[in-house]
Design a protein around this ligand. Structure first.
Ligand code: SF4
Ligand code: SF4
Length: 457
């Protein structure tokens, strides 16, 4: 400890330490790490001390945190979680079972980040905090996470095979899991998306430009009709649409669960796949909010480009959410209302990774507002997470079920006959919640609503 530091901390001096500031009573010191304190992080890549230091503990984020609202527990709040990270970073606490419990209970919804006046990058901090807790998990859990997040998601054929086997496995799955899983038609599963789609002749035949679409892993196996609708809508709006071969999972799930090495490998795979298309494509369009939020952060994940590497930051700058893209570029008003019984009122669900991580709220409303004969309606407390949050609804069922029930009740209360949802995890969670209530509300992606309307013409 330097003399200057001793003076700043007021250890045993009780004087102003030569700085002319304060006299501190014996035994008091300014808040900060103990002199000589060593971080107690057990593994590389802990949260950045500068990120932790950015939090001024003002507490403005607390009312926006779903886990704090439901528990009233400071440790389950953003400020509490950051305090825990700070304690470990200053060597005052260890990464133990309690630390793991509160980090696991976080939804990574980033509602706290959205309202933080200090712009604390909470999502990034949580990803790094979770790198530290893996060794504490039981061996079986570590094996399952490794298999799912590092092995299967990196190999699209495994996701396809698992999806194909779902009808056989479904009767043996817990009732709760069964309720979450959508029913996938096998014929659809093996019918790949077209690699190139030319602009719709209805637009006049002249391409406005070229876009490359992320098909996604879960999105493409469980919600391929959404991908097809996305392609048709983009083509209908005059865009030439590419679905680059060789692309894969964006890596968001791996990153959220602290597997940053696997997330980087997946990001590089996509940079290579989209890089090949990049020479032709003006934009990369993503129709899953979680994937889009993560791909916009590829630059941060991979760091500055080394010589000969693709520039992740430049790639990320060209990523757009589906509704963001159409709102920016303009969307052709559909001539007719979307097909479907009673689609007069449509509720708009804000996925956390659209609203909080990408800060996109108006774009889906602007795009869906072009639908003739459709009145959009707001969901009460629409900024609150539905509890899907990647694998959260499987790993933290108690908290996820409370959030699911609240969200389903709020959507049902709108009286809408459909809810527009731009993220596959939210779609599964909300559909399950609505079914549990017996609410007759169709869950549709904004692309599906537009596609239905164009196809009516
Ligand atoms: S994360 Fe931001 S809003 Fe929350 S306590 Fe820290 S500084 Fe305040
Ligand atoms: S990410 Fe969401 S659940 Fe986690 S601390 Fe922030 S607001 Fe709370």
């Amino acid at each position: 400890m330097t003399e200057q530091r001793q003076d700043q901390q007021g250890h045993g001096h009780g004087g102003d330490g030569g700085h002319g500031m304060f006299d501190l009573p014996e035994g008091f010191r300014f808040i900060g790490p103990e002199a000589g304190a060593q971080p107690a992080w057990p593994l590389p890549e802990p949260p950045d001390p500068a990120d932790i230091a950015a939090c001024v503990a003002c507490g403005l984020c607390l009312p926006h945190c779903p886990t704090y609202r439901l528990t009233g527990d400071e440790s389950a709040s953003p400020r509490g979680r950051i305090a825990a990270m700070r304690a470990v970073g200053e060597g005052r606490a260890e990464v133990d079972a309690t630390f793991m419990e509160y980090m696991d209970l976080c939804l990574s919804c980033r509602a706290c980040e959205d309202v933080c006046p200090s712009q604390v990058p909470f999502g990034r901090m949580m990803e790094h905090a979770r790198t530290q807790i893996e060794p504490l998990r039981p061996a079986r859990q570590r094996l399952l996470r490794w298999l799912g997040l590092e092995v299967a998601l990196a190999r699209g054929w495994m996701v396809t095979a698992a999806t194909a086997l779902l009808p056989l496995a479904r009767p043996f799955l817990p009732r709760r899991t069964r309720a979450l899983l959508p029913r996938v038609r096998l014929r659809e599963l093996f019918d790949r998306l077209p690699e190139v789609t030319e602009p719709d002749h209805a637009f006049g035949g002249q391409p406005r430009g070229t876009v490359a679409v992320l098909a996604g892993c879960v999105q493409d196996r469980w919600y391929r009709p959404v991908n097809r609708a996305t392609i048709r809508v983009l083509a209908r709006n005059g865009w030439r649409v590419l679905v680059p071969r060789g692309q894969g999972c964006c890596g968001a799930l791996a990153a959220h669960y602290g597997r940053l090495g696997a997330a980087r490998a997946l990001a590089k795979k996509n940079l290579a796949a989209f890089g090949a298309a990049g020479a032709e494509a003006d934009w990369v369009v993503v129709n899953a909010a979680g994937c889009g939020a993560h791909m916009k952060e590829y630059g941060q994940l991979l760091g500055p480009a080394k010589e000969g590497d693709a520039d992740a930051a430049a790639f990320a700058a060209g990523v757009r959410d589906f509704s963001e893209f159409l709102a920016e570029q303009g969307v052709e008003p559909p001539p007719a209302a979307p097909a479907g019984a009673g689609l007069g009122r449509v509720a708009v669900h804000d996925a956390c990774h659209l609203l909080h991580a990408q800060r996109i709220r108006e774009a889906p409303r602007a795009v869906l507002g072009r639908l003739p004969g459709v009145a959009l309606c707001e969901v009460a407390d629409g900024d609150r997470c539905c509890g899907a949050a990647g694998l959260y609804n499987v790993l933290e069922p108690a908290m996820a079920d409370q959030l699911k029930a609240q969200k389903a009740a709020a959507i049902a209360a709108t009286g809408a006959s459909a809810v527009a949802v731009g993220n596959p995890g939210c779609a599964m969670q909300i559909a399950a919640g609505l079914a549990e209530r017996g609410a007759q509300v169709e869950v549709l992606h904004p692309a599906e609503l537009l596609d239905r309307a164009y196809r009516e013409a």
